[in-house]
Write a protein that binds this ligand. Structure first.
Ligand code: AHG
Ligand code: MN
Ligand code: MN
Ligand code: MN
Length: 333
C-alpha cells in the first residue's frame, strides 16, 4: 500500500458528494453545485481567519446584530461571503443567517430549490484571541414550484436534507452529513481541497467529558444543576467527568463528536430558552449527532422534532453520547 503522502486515490469532498448523489438517479447535480459554493465560502473564511491578525480583520465592525451582539469584522465579512456565494450558486431560494435580521429571498432568475440556514462565524468571542471558531450550516429543500415563504425554513430539523460545520482550528476541518452517516474532510493547504480524513464518524456511546459554561450555574434549573453535580460527584463510585469548554460551539461539539461526552447549553433564569439558535446552531449539530449515533435533547423533547416559529428562535440543548444524554433526559422527564 503506497505511503499516504503519495496517495493517488484522493477522495475530495466534491467526489464524495458526487458518489452520494449517484444514489439518487433523479438528481441533477444541484446539491453538488450548492455544496461546492458552501465549500468556497469555508475556504475563504479559513484564509481570512488565518491572516486575521495580520490583515487587521480582528476587532469590532461597529454594528450590532439582531441578537443584540456587537458584530466583529469577521462576522460581517464571513456573512457577506456566504450570502454572495450561495446566491451565485443559483441553487438557493431562501437564506437565513445569524447576522441578518430578516431572511434573504433570492430573486427568481437566480432561484433554486434549497434553503440554507447558517451561522457564518460561530464563536465570535474567540476571534481576537486566536481560539478555534467555525461556520455551521443546515440545508432544507423546498417542494417544487410554489413561491418560497418563511414556512419553507420554519421546519423541524428532522426535515433537513444535510447539515455540517467547518472548524477553523489547528487544521481546517469540514464535517458533513447528507443523511447517511457523518464524514470529516480536512483542507489540504497545498491542494486547497477538502480530503476525506475521518470516514463514517461514530460518537462513543458514553464519554468522560462534560462541556458547559459553569459560570451560569447560579441560574440553572434543578435537573441541569443535578446532572452537572452527578458529573462532578458521581453517586455510583465511578470517576468524575472532566470539564472541557472552549466557548465556540463548533469546537466543543467537534471534540464531543470525536471523543464522546456531553455538550450542554441549558436554559437559565436569565434566558429561559438558553442562548443557542435553533435553525443554524441547534438543528445542524443535533442532526450530526444523531447521524453519528448520539442524540440531542432540548429538556422537553428530541431537538430535531422542535418546530421553530421565528428564524432566530433559541432553545436549550443537551447533545452528545447516547448514554450521557439518556441520563439527563431521565432527570427532565
Ligand atoms: P456566535 O459566536 O455565533 O454568536 O455563537 C456563540 C455561541 C456558541 O459558539 C457557544 O457555544 C456559545 O455562544 C458560548 O456562549 P457563552 O459564552 O455564554 O458560554
Ligand atoms: Mn453571534
Ligand atoms: Mn454561533
Ligand atoms: Mn455567529
Amino acid at each position: 500500500h503506497s505511503a499516504d503522502a503519495h496517495r493517488t486515490d484522493l477522495m475530495t469532498i466534491t467526489r464524495f458528494v458526487l458518489n452520494e448523489q449517484s444514489k439518487y438517479p433523479e438528481s441533477l447535480g444541484d446539491f453538488s453545485i450548492l455544496l461546492n459554493h458552501i465549500v468556497l465560502g469555508c475556504k475563504f473564511v479559513c484564509s481570512a481567519v488565518n491572516k486575521a491578525g495580520l490583515a487587521k480583520l480582528i476587532g469590532l465592525a461597529g454594528e450590532t446584530n439582531v441578537q443584540g451582539e456587537e458584530q466583529k469584522k469577521l462576522d460581517v465579512l464571513s456573512n457577506e461571503v456566504f450570502i454572495k456565494a450561495l446566491v451565485s450558486s443559483g441553487r438557493t431560494c431562501i437564506l437565513v443567517s445569524e447576522e441578518d435580521d430578516e431572511a434573504t429571498f433570492v430573486e427568481p432568475s437566480k432561484r433554486g430549490r434549497y434553503c440554507v440556514v447558517f451561522d457564518p462565524l460561530d464563536g465570535s468571542s474567540n476571534i481576537d484571541c486566536g481560539v478555534s471558531i467555525g461556520t455551521i450550516f443546515g440545508i432544507y429543500m423546498v417542494k417544487d414550484g410554489h413561491e418560497p415563504t418563511l414556512n419553507d425554513v420554519l421546519q423541524p430539523g428532522k426535515n433537513m436534507l444535510a447539515a455540517g460545520y467547518c472548524m477553523y482550528g489547528s487544521s481546517c476541518m469540514l464535517v458533513l452529513s447528507t443523511g447517511s452517516g457523518v464524514n470529516g474532510f480536512t483542507l489540504d493547504p497545498f491542494l486547497r481541497e477538502f480530503i476525506l480524513t475521518h470516514p463514517e464518524i461514530k460518537i462513543p456511546k458514553k464519554g468522560k467529558i462534560y462541556s458547559v459554561n459553569e459560570g451560569n450555574a447560579i441560574n440553572w434549573d434543578g435537573p441541569t444543576a443535578k446532572y452537572v453535580e452527578k458529573c462532578k460527584f458521581p453517586e455510583d463510585g465511578s470517576s468524575a467527568k472532566s470539564l472541557r469548554y472552549v466557548g465556540s460551539m463548533v469546537a466543543d461539539v467537534h471534540r464531543t463528536l470525536l471523543y464522546g461526552g456531553i455538550f450542554l447549553y441549558p436554559a437559565d433564569k436569565k434566558s429561559p430558552n438558553g442562548k443557542l439558535r435553533v435553525l443554524y446552531e441547534v438543528f445542524p449539530m443535533s442532526f450530526l449527532m444523531e447521524q453519528a449515533g448520539g442524540q440531542a435533547f432540548t429538556g422537553k423533547q428530541r431537538a430535531l422534532d422542535l418546530v421553530p416559529t421565528k428564524i432566530h428562535e433559541r432553545s436549550p440543548i443537551f447533545l452528545g453520547s447516547y448514554d450521557d444524554v439518556e441520563e439527563i433526559k431521565a432527570l427532565y422527564i
